[in-house]
Design a protein around this ligand. Structure first.
Ligand code: B12
Length: 486
């Protein structure tokens, strides 16, 4: 069979702006391709890399003539994904269409449309492998776990049950030969940057585990993982890493170090194979404080930076989302990382209810932090959860999935939306001055500097103009509504 795996291009400027700083491999397709027999011909089409994505898609359909097209999508890409599925249906009536990935997992009912044949939820290697076996024999894929049919056979009950991750021993080592690794990059932050350090190295992605043991209320991971952390076999991960050609690896785990024993085991396996790479990982503040020796060990084998969910700047807010940590945990974890020479990426959230006082508080707090790379999102309930369903009646814009990038407020803001966008943009802009790469003022190669300045300009503009993604009548909400009622 000829199989085409497609990652859509985002439409939101916020996401496109982020992509100027980091664009990471479509690793999901490496897993899927590794799960099927080698006689099938597989191609990956990453539409994020094309200026005219739809034209590139149609060109590839005409050239490759796939028997099966598989789409992946986050929720904000779901509209585009469905449109592309419609194009396949229109141009190639016999081609089968399957969707998987995060949106299909959390919102399968939204994928139940005539232009899609099958919906795969959760980890895809097993169901995708079985689907290809069935289709190659000319049969329908009956009785495959986590695979749903669309149309009359759409199983509403099955769509309501969360898929469970399979035993990590059953998933293959991903294929990495299906895309050009030169296309993927990430601005690489480290605590002690060197002069002329490469700002945008080529970056590969890898996953060492899935899941997290915590139950933070804003996060989808507890639903996906059933609050368990499931590591892959350490030697298998080391083998996977040894096949990566580039020097920098961005992990796609939910939490890399929550299992201390596994963390040490994996570090030993990596060292034993003589793998020398730089790593960026994900950890909770409480994990960093609990296992500083593990962080030290990973620093020895190449850990440069860690993404830490600081979330909020008050204990009250942290408690309200069941973070299981405090502002002091965040600050001490930051200090621990800095002492070890590991850069901290602190991720904060703002809420749609934020007014001037809250934005001021956040700005002053972040401006007083030691050097840190920061990112900001809007606390948004995840599709597929009870919180999302409860918030749905108050969503204020048409298709909430299309705006679900955790940067667009889905429920009405207290401040006029235009002002909210301006303050949000200001927060992102000012915090970027705390970045270790900025604070330490090391010389950067001029063409990379120009690229970063341009990226920052576009990112800032995307936040300032975020209100434009909403219907016009909401732009000056609630100011305009109040003016009208007066
Ligand atoms: C790594 C990561 C990133 C990376 C990018 C990864 C990439 N390749 O581009 C970075 C940090 C850049 C990033 C950015 C963003 N991310 Co992100 N990210 C993740 C994270 C932690 C892991 C995703 C991953 O790569 N996993 C590893 C791969 C191998 O697994 P997978 O994608 O799940 O694929 C498997 C299955 O889903 C399935 N599958 C996938 N596709 C398909 C297709 C078919 C046909 C089939 C059969 C199966 C299948 O099989 C795959 C193999 O097992 C998840 C959290 C999570 N637990 O999923 C959030 C997550 C996916 N991100 C999310 C969001 C919102 C974003 C941003 C919009 C956030 C932001 N404001 O910055 C941006 C947008 C990026 C973009 N271009 O669209 C949300 C998505 C929510 C939603 N409902 O859509 C998640 C779930 C986190 C959250 N907040 O809840 N992200």
């Amino acid at each position: 069979m000829r199989i085409l795996l497609v990652k859509p291009q985002a439409h939101l400027k916020t996401v496109l702006g982020l992509q100027r700083f980091q664009c990471l491999e479509p690793l999901e397709f490496g897993y899927l391709a590794a799960a099927i027999a080698p006689e099938h011909e597989v191609r990956v089409l990453d539409l994020r890399l094309y200026r005219f994505a739809e034209a590139a898609f149609e060109r590839e359909l005409a050239r490759f003539k796939p028997d099966l097209v598989g789409f992946t999508a986050y929720s904000h890409e779901s509209g585009r994904m469905k449109r592309l599925a419609g194009t396949v249906r229109r141009l190639m009536a016999k081609t089968r269409i399957v969707v998987g990935g995060h949106h299909a997992t959390v919102a399968p009912a939204d994928c139940n449309i005539p232009d899609i044949d099958y919906i795969v939820r959760g980890e895809g290697s097993g169901p995708f492998g079985a689907l290809v076996v069935a289709l190659a024999k000319g049969e329908e894929p009956e009785g495959i776990n986590n695979l749903l049919f669309t149309g009359d056979r759409f199983d509403e009950q099955a769509a309501k049950v969360w898929p469970r991750y399979p035993d990590p021993r059953t998933i293959p080592i991903p294929r990495r030969d299906l895309w050009d690794s030169r296309a993927y990059y990430c601005v690489w932050v480290c605590e002690n940057p060197r002069d002329w350090q490469v700002l945008y190295p080529r970056v590969a992605m890898a996953r060492t585990s899935y899941g997290c043991k915590m139950t933070c209320s804003f996060c989808i991971v507890p639903f996906l993982s059933g609050t368990t952390h499931m590591p892959r076999v350490a030697d298998v991960v080391a083998e996977d890493l040894s096949r990566i050609s580039v020097d920098h690896v961005y992990f796609a785990d939910d939490e890399n170090f929550i299992d201390e024993q596994y963390g040490f085991e994996l570090a030993d396996a990596i060292e034993k194979r003589g793998i020398k790479k730089r790593y960026f990982a994900w950890a909770r503040a409480t994990t960093i404080l609990r296992y500083p020796d593990l962080m030290r060990r990973w620093k020895e084998i190449g850990l440069d930076g860690v993404f830490v969910g600081f979330e909020f700047t008050t204990n009250q807010e942290l408690k309200a989302v069941r973070k299981g940590g405090t502002v002091s945990h965040n600050e001490r974890a930051h200090e621990t990382l800095r002492k070890l020479g590991i850069a901290c990426h602190a991720a904060f959230m703002v809420r749609p209810e934020y007014g001037h006082a809250e934005f001021d508080h956040l700005r002053h707090y972040v401006n007083a932090l030691p050097p840190v790379q920061c990112s900001f999102t809007v606390c948004t309930p995840s599709p597929g959860t009870a919180d999302y369903d409860a918030a749905r009646p108050s969503f204020w814009a048409g298709d909430a999935y299309d705006l679900h990038d955790c940067m667009h407020p889905l429920t009405p803001t207290t401040l006029p939306l235009r002002e909210f966008s301006e303050l949000f943009a200001r927060q992102v802009r000012e915090a970027s001055r705390r970045n270790p790469l900025r604070v330490e003022r090391h010389p950067i190669r001029p063409w990379e500097l120009a690229r970063a300045i341009n990226a920052e300009r576009r990112y800032d503009q995307a936040f300032r103009e975020l209100y434009r993604d909403f219907p016009r009548e909401l732009w000056d909400w609630p100011g305009r509504r109040l003016a009208l009622s007066a």
